[in-house]
Design a protein around this ligand. Sequence first.
Ligand code: BGC
Length: 740
Amino acid sequence: MELRFHLRNIISCMTLIAAFMVSVAGPAPYLDESLSAEERIEDAISRMTLEEKIAMIHAQSKFSTPGCPRLGIPEIWMSDGPHGVRMEFTWDDWAHAGWTNDSCTAMPALTCLAATFNPGLARRYGAVVGEEARFRKKDIMLGPGVNIYRTPLSGRNFEYMGEDPLLAARMVVPYIKGLQANGVAACLKHFALNNQEHDRDKVNVVVGERALNELYLPAFKAGVVEGGVWAVMGSYNKFRDTYCTHNDTLVNKILKDQWGFDGVFVTDWGSAHDTREAALNGLDIEMGSWTNGLTWGKSNAYDNYYMAQPLLAMIRRGELDESVVDDKVRRILRLCLRTNMNRNRPWGTMHTPGHIAVAREVGREGIVLLKNEKGFLPVKSGKKIAVIGENAVKTLSIGGGSSELKPRIEISPLEGLRARFGDENISFSLGYASGDPNYSCELPSAYDADSLRLAAIETARMADMVLFVGGLNKNYRQDCEGDDRLTYSLPFGQDSLIADLLEVNPNLAVIIVSGNAVDMPWEEKVPAIVQSWYLGSMGGVALADILSGDFSPSGKLPFSIPRRLEDCAAHSFGERGYPGVDSQVYYDEGLLVGYRWHDTKKIPARYPFGHGLSYTTFRYSGLEADRKQYAPGDTLTVTLTVTNTGGCRGAETVQLYASQKNPRLARPAKELKGFRKTDLQPGESKEITIRIPVSDLAYYDDTMQRWVVDDDEFTIQAGSSSTDLRAKTRFRVDSNLAAR
Ligand code: BGC
């Protein structure tokens, strides 16, 4: 009794003393917000045991790392990315947790965002994802992705921003800023060269220095240097025979040394393969590994991760220095101070009217009108419309792999069209049916294809016009992570169905829902073609906005649509170029990807990069550069006037392409160097200004390993697409001139 009394007294005394000491000494320096971030970080590191540091650099669950509980450093919670906040998962595997509060606003896929050519909208898009991520208590959003579109077969192109590095760079920077303004880190992925999904865990990319620097890295660099991204994710593939996730050249030399990246470099899930390489070659957090280092296994033993016990043992044996781990922890703590230890970050919001509005706007601005003969679109009022095709009713935010979402709402094209045109004017027939979406295999459809086809033909026959809503669908090998499409053609017999429908009703518009180019054998026969995308929550409404003419289309293709697969650079070198031979894929086309190939080799695309029609027309006039000669350090100011010469309001994206007359090293025929989207009322004219730093005209000289602008004559062409060029201006670059 007496002893218990004494103990109680001793404990209360100690508590009082501790409280007094804290009030006198203040919080430990790592918690003191008046100190600089770097001081706080060093203090926290000095208090951690090696075991605590090791715990911070690998997963504790599918999507989290443990922080340092003893010091009150919080867990880091991550989520995919990039089109909204993914649903929750169980602790150790890929089973959906089945929560009821884990839905989100599904934003249109990044291909659609790229097609808007509207960086302001990209910022608002990033802000929506950031606000919802914050509300869902996420610290890192696993996106956006900026791998260059090299082949239309690649399963993840829909999550990326097209074939041009400048477009991807200009769109990704505001996305990152909008997201990170919420105190949530963006995680730019997949660094680098994830240009195909087939064989992604093994394939070694053989690419020249010039293409690497001029095409595949610039958007990542912009995200790091201009966007100030706080996290970057490694890709599964190899570069120069080393996994990109622990690749000294890519991570240490380029990302961290050259670009000064001070954030956290995270694995893709299961992309680490070696403890020493991971430790030394710049990897900071290991996620998703199983015991044998692959993404499958019997149990998810975090202690066996490469950067867990095996690394601890190497350090204890003196084979690696503890400072290697300190650098990783330093970066993780920096991320914490920017996110979950930042008291000033906003609280976030979920599914607000503002979020819905941005989702609709991005969809509406990204939809591309590819063809429109004799003003077939917009749909004229009073028409009886047959809507045919599975993508008119399929929920498409689910599927596709890790970018899948559980949208709070998702309005299908059929629902959107019914709401806009009236139920009485719309008939619907499925026409074809794919199997169920499954991440790793194709499941056969439960429907009978012939009955679906016959029913659709009858529906088409009875209507004034047909809107065929088809395309791909995020099933395995149809715009889905993990593998690529097997053919360029539309799946599930859509081509022959379209031919049958045209027989009974030639007033037919094809609406392709996809994130990739598809073959169009029916192109000549249909009066209108629309490239739609995975449009998310407001998909059907955005589509109805455009098809009805309430808004004029203004999307531009972020990739070329080749006539034949063989016309695409990656496919014109046989299997070497794609899918690779013995897990080696050779980028023999070098710099000539997308329109750079079509233009330089004079192999016209079916629809070129940058193409997109409007319901109105635009005139370009008065293109001028502010001078005739520039020093290498100058910036060109290009002005021109755009006039809306048609009958309705519309937005036009003016694109500026540069060509060099006599480059010392071969260059593509032209390259996008700037663009500006402008909204115009009928009859209205606006002067637009686009600034291009002369340094942006440089090419990467692989012999000298640096960027070079030659003294030479250059041409800037202004176009409504990469082939519809309306005006040009010439100037010289002269290194003897003094910079202004
Ligand atoms: C994907 C990543 C994703 C991760 C976590 C991987 O399979 O490649 O993009 O962020 O899974 O879901």
